[in-house]
Design a binder for this molecule. Structure first.
Ligand code: G6P
Length: 367
């Protein structure tokens, strides 16, 4: 096992540090300067022309990737997209026909509820494609097509590299659908491809900045409750940050859209309840800053995930975790990294079993 961990203390840490390579592997052989080639997707021109709506179905961390996918698809392709957790989707009698494209996202390709959602979708005539890590898994066999994420085996129960590879696959889908349906211009596609190619290096750089994260984990390892907030495409990353922390540190955590804080959760804020605020450069930056001010006014400590060069954030945050300046469209792949490391360090400092947290399974093949 030591050898498999490649010198890292835990599989989770090894998998976090594999992420630059994982993005490269998900992209490998699939992109040129402005196009993607997704061999396994198996959708004909005719199938594609029919699609009026996209449904994304997944569980856990894969569901959070799906939520990022909704922002990506709706904002760039203007195709209405609905995201459901699979255990809800399968029982809600979803409205589906051949006009829907259902994307199921699953690391294992074996999650029982996700598989049941796929079967429900096919029964109703929708085309189904999977974004899947495990080659030959049940979901890939039953889907019409698959985009493999090529993240390699993920051993840590808390998903990290699989998530980043799922996001990468969603950018590939965006490019594919945008080109096939003539929605994205050549310039826009080139811009996205360029951005994607720069990600592995940027991820590696962010992962080198562990010092501040260690400091934060030392300061907050003893708290009983933490809040995570974000807006727009980084709202799902707040959910994912909270999930990571819950899963492996057993600390109560809530992820919230920053603007929704005042409708309830702000009642929980006090000195002992810190907030992780994703406050990267974006159209909603000022809005997030005012949410941070509301928290500070109630003595809440702030750990901000912010962009390099942002001086203003120093006036508001107790601890700042930096990422590179990047178009908001790509930011989730970077903002999730410090949150993964924060959860890892806190769990580790609390002396817990990082890779095998209590009550959780890597793959949930029963209902
Ligand atoms: C379990 C795992 C999570 C994972 C979820 C969905 O709950 O502990 O890490 O996100 O299942 O798994 P899947 O294999 O379908 O992505």
């Amino acid at each position: 096992e030591m050898a498999e961990k490649n010198g890292y203390d835990h599989f989770m840490l090894k998998e976090i540090y594999e992420q630059p390579r994982v993005v490269e592997d998900t992209l490998r052989g699939k992109i040129t300067d402005s196009s993607v080639k997704l061999d396994g997707i198996n959708l004909t021109k005719e199938d594609l022309e029919k699609i009026e709506k996209i449904n994304i179905v997944a569980c856990g961390t894969s569901y959070h990737a799906g939520l990022v996918g909704k922002y990506l698809i709706e904002q760039n392709l203007r195709i209405p997209t609905e995201v459901d957790v699979a255990s809800e989707f399968r029982y809600k009698d979803p409205i589906l026909s051949e006009k829907n494209l259902v994307i199921v996202i699953s690391q294992s390709g074996e999650t029982a509820d996700t598989l049941a959602g796929l079967r429900e979708a096919k029964k109703k005539g929708a085309k189904v494609i999977g974004i899947i890590n495990v080659v030959g898994s049940t979901i890939t066999r039953e889907s019409d097509g698959t985009i493999y994420t090529n993240a390699g085996p993920e051993i840590g129960v808390a998903s990290t590299k699989a998530f980043v590879s799922q996001l990468t696959a969603l950018y590939l889908f965006l490019l594919y659908f945008g080109e096939e349906r003539n929605i994205l211009s050549l310039e826009k596609r080139k811009y996205i491809v360029d951005g994607l190619k720069k990600l592995p290096e940027m991820i590696a750089e962010v992962l080198k900045r562990d010092n501040e994260i260690l400091k934060a984990s030392e300061e907050f390892k003893g708290v009983n409750s933490l809040m995570f907030i974000g807006r727009n495409i980084n709202y799902p990353i707040a959910l994912e940050g909270a999930l990571k922390l819950k899963e492996i540190s057993y600390i109560h955590a809530e992820g919230y859209p920053a603007g929704e804080l005042k409708h309830g959760p702000i009642a929980l804020i006090e000195e002992e309840v810190p907030t992780v605020a994703i406050a990267v450069k974006s159209d909603t930056y000022d809005k997030v800053i005012s949410n941070i001010q509301e928290i500070k006014a109630r003595s809440g400590k702030i750990i901000a995930v912010a962009t390099d060069g942002d001086e203003k954030i120093k006036e508001h945050a107790d601890i700042i975790l930096r990422i590179h300046e990047v178009d908001e469209i790509f930011s989730p792949i970077l903002t999730v990294l410090p949150l993964q490391l924060l959860a890892y360090h806190i769990s580790n400092k609390r002396g817990l079993d990082v890779d095998k947290p209590r009550n959780l399974a890597k793959s949930v093949t029963v209902e």
